[in-house]
Design a protein around this ligand. Sequence first.
Ligand SMILES: [Zn+2]
Length: 399
Amino acid sequence: MNASPADWRAISSEAPSLGTRFRVHPQAPFIPGYEEPETVWISTPPGRVGIGPEDHRMYVVDPLIPKAPYQRPYFPPYTGDSYPPAEPGPDGHFDHIPNHTREFMAAHAFACVRRVLDICESYLGREVPWFFFPTYERLEIVPHLGWTNAQSGYGFLELGEDDSRDEPVPYALNFDVIAHETGHLVLFGTLGVPERGSPSVEYLAYHEFAADFISLIGLMHFDTALDRMLRRTKGNLFVSNELDRVAELIDEHQIRKASNSLKLSDVGREVHDLSRPFTGAMFDSLLEIFQLILLERGLASLDTRRIRSVRESLTQADVERELTGSKQDYQIRHFAVKSALQEARDIVGDAFLRSWEALSPDTVSFRYAASAIVNRVEQGRGQRFADRVHDNFVWREIL
Ligand SMILES: [Zn+2]
């Protein structure tokens, strides 16, 4: 191809933009190691993210007066007075806003929702529609309410504050909470809303699992989070978590939550409780696939295929050998180990999000949802691990 300089200029001006820069705390800023936000890019190009922030999918509005949480028949839009919005810098980016300001909180909440949507859309390979479209074209994000909860619903995502600490911390700075609420919206938008009567308890529990797991996958897309988790455990995320031996090394909230040994017969019918064995099965699958990729690449020695269950059959000798081995020269293997974890994350993330293609909101049960995940692993590049995912669901009494 012979292109003139004018042609090249035309081509480069059409080249896809890198997106717009924001700064995000991958975990709440009171967690040691996460005090400073990380720069991230969201897919909307600079110039198309307006004052608020806002773009074609969502906008932030920060009420000046105390606003009650949305609840039928009270729905968006908020029309009262607002705090001054966050504004882009002259370059169109939002990474210049100082921490601890009202504007930073607004920009942070926006960036977390947008980033989770970007990540989910990447796995799904298409845009996730809003389930409330066309009643509302865009999601309204309310970054701060005097309320100790957070919720997403018909046209909105709104955030209160965590009052469990000495000083209340706005949920607008908590990626886990925002990603969880965005997760509900992504699942509603992709899978649809049940049409027949009231949804089953298992459907609601599956929703809680999905929201938590989207939050976990989202966390694992932050460099600082992966680096921190791996360096602290010397890459031994698998053994550390499985046996809850060095779990105190892990501060990442979604990981603590996901690392549990509950079977279906251990939990009641309360939806959050009921979701935990499903989350546990997916988390164990993720860590087991990570361990097996390390083994394939000569970076670990423990072969989980020779044990019956990762939760019961690891011996003291297995653990000691693995921990000792991983401690040697971890620093020179860090990026190889990180790449294995990213690969495991993407195998599991793909299986989880693409399994929805086989589900309908009216017939979702744990059994159905777990089978859909195993089937999807069988069809994808993680095919060789499908039996391990299946076994993890069997151990949890789901399959
Ligand atoms: Zn939830």
